[in-house]
Design a protein around this ligand. Structure first.
Ligand code: F6P
Length: 492
């Protein structure tokens, strides 16, 4: 396929950097998002010939595509809503997300039946739409950075259409352990791995997830896929031959632990809207009380329910904290098209109310639950948190664990699950917990609340330094450089 447009750097992700709202008067209102990729792309500058390919998700997005009114530098794909829903809700979020985060209740699920196969066909169609758009837009030899589990098949499809491109894929999630990955049907496993191996380079947030992928790839097709970790070098790569005969191809494996954007967070968290919310939050919490803060999407992997159970255990085991601590829990709506997410949100609400009914008094509400997305209020909570509770079952990285220490006004003790990618960078200065162990988490909360303020401040300083080691712009640029300049064969 011949390039018709000529972008030099392309990013592909399901959710793009902008979304459109269709107003009653027929006008379109654009809202820009944030995050590592947005900072990264702005770091390479407006003249770099960059293009972001993403899905049109809302009615407003689809209308913007229809009118041809989208922002320059962004191409939204108006994939038919039923195909998108099958691919995004059905396969990406209900199967791949569950596999990588180990979320199934295995006596009853997963069930890979004819309905799943229909959804899988949509996943293929949706990936193909991305591959074709990228092939159409990329300049000869351009760098393409494909994001996440939604688009695992894109590298392989794109490689067939445009062998000249430098293709990278980055996983923002964990990668499943082999035994869990092997729950997927054999041909699906094979398609996923071969799809990813179409890339020149695969990026992960930690070596734990990178090694898990290498192991899964090796067992999918042991005759044709060879994961390599040569002794005496830092190189990790996979040699593979789709046809079973030479030449062997190489996919490099790299790790880029996305860090917090200190400059942005520190400036943003001192704006007037945050100050206003800080005053309001302090009044709701009450004079002189300690706070345990969590900020998450209401996402199954975030383990919000066990966090509440641990907090209740703390109040049971340590009556001295009753009336003296408040659990400020932010649980923003997420993936509400899926019944299991709606039920989970309801359980978070139910349990919060139960704890408040059991322990609350006329002037003390033990749990302040926030279900409405309010970034400024979360930043206010980051600033005043005495303890941050980050206890996911499994998480690619978890940026909240990195952001709180950066923003904290007076130091914050971090209770951190060993299932979070961030554990590998922050574990030393956090109180580390098994996310399934309620008693251990309750003990860690007690220890965190009781930590002397000098120790808390000292640990927070070290946590903030580790958390900002790789700011988003550098994280992106490192990947781009590594993709464009593969290591010499001798270095392997
Ligand atoms: O946290 C992992 C991640 O894949 C992010 O990269 C991505 O932004 C998000 O999950 C997907 O969430 P959503 O389904 O709301 O787009």
């Amino acid at each position: 396929m011949v390039s018709t447009r000529g972008a030099q750097v392309l990013v592909a992700s399901n959710r793009g950097p902008v979304s459109y709202e269709l107003r009653d008067d027929g006008s379109l209102h654009a809202r820009r998002g944030g995050g590592g990729l947005v900072s990264g792309l702005s770091a390479i500058g407006p003249d770099a010939g960059a293009l972001w390919v993403c899905s049109a998700l809302s009615d407003g997005d689809r209308e913007a595509v229809r009118r041809g009114e989208g922002e320059s530098g962004v191409r939204m794909l108006a994939i038919p809503p039923d195909v998108h829903s099958d691919a995004y809700n059905g396969v990406a979020n209900s199967v791949l997300w569950f596999v990588h985060h180990m979320l199934y209740q295995t006596p009853l699920e997963p069930v890979f039946d004819a309905g799943f196969r229909r959804q899988w066909a949509s996943y293929e169609t949706y990936n193909r739409a991305f591959a074709e758009a990228l092939a159409e837009e990329a300049a000869p030899g351009a760098a393409v950075l494909v994001q996440d589990y939604h688009l695992c098949l894109v590298p392989g499809m794109l490689r067939e259409l445009r062998p000249d491109l430098r293709i990278g894929h980055f996983s923002h999630t964990p990668w499943a352990p082999r035994e869990y990955f092997e729950m997927l049907p054999e041909d699906i496993r094979s398609q996923l791995v071969w799809g990813m191996l179409g890339a020149d380079r695969l990026g992960f947030l930690t070596w734990r997830w990178a090694f898990a992928f290498m192991e899964c790839a090796g067992v999918v097709d042991a005759d044709r896929i060879h994961p390599m970790s040569p002794t005496g070098t830092a190189a990790r790569y996979i040699r593979h031959t789709p046809t079973g005969a030479p030449p062997l191809k190489t996919t490099h494996i790299g790790v880029h632990g996305l860090g917090a954007d200190a400059e942005f967070l520190r400036e943003r968290s001192h704006r007037p809207d945050v100050e206003e919310r800080l005053t309001a939050l302090r009044a709701e919490i009450g004079e002189g009380r300690r706070t345990i803060v969590r900020v998450d999407r209401t996402e199954l992997s975030k383990n919000i329910v066990r966090g509440l159970l641990a907090y209740r255990q703390l109040l049971d085991d340590h009556p001295e904290w009753r009336g003296r601590v408040v659990h400020v829990a932010f649980a923003y709506p997420s993936r509400q098209d899926l019944a299991v997410y709606r039920e989970y949100t309801a359980e978070v609400q139910r349990l919060s109310e139960e704890i408040n009914a059991q322990y609350g008094t006329a002037d003390w509400t033990p749990v302040l639950l926030n279900l409405k997305d309010d970034f400024a209020r979360s930043l206010a909570a980051y600033r005043l948190a005495d303890v941050a509770l980050v206890n996911p079952i499994r998480d690619g990285m978890n940026l909240v664990a990195k952001e709180v220490p950066v923003v904290s006004d007076e130091g914050c003790a971090l209770v951190l699950s060993r299932g979070a990618g961030a554990y590998w960078e922050l574990g030393e200065d956090a109180l580390v917990v098994n996310p399934f162990d309620i008693l251990e988490t309750a003990r860690a909360l007690h220890e965190a609340l009781s930590m002397p303020s000098a120790e808390r401040a000292e640990r927070t300083k070290k946590l903030a330094a580790a958390a900002t080691a790789l700011p988003p712009a550098q994280w992106f640029l490192d990947q781009l450089t590594a993709l464009r300049e593969p290591p010499e064969p001798d270095a392997e």
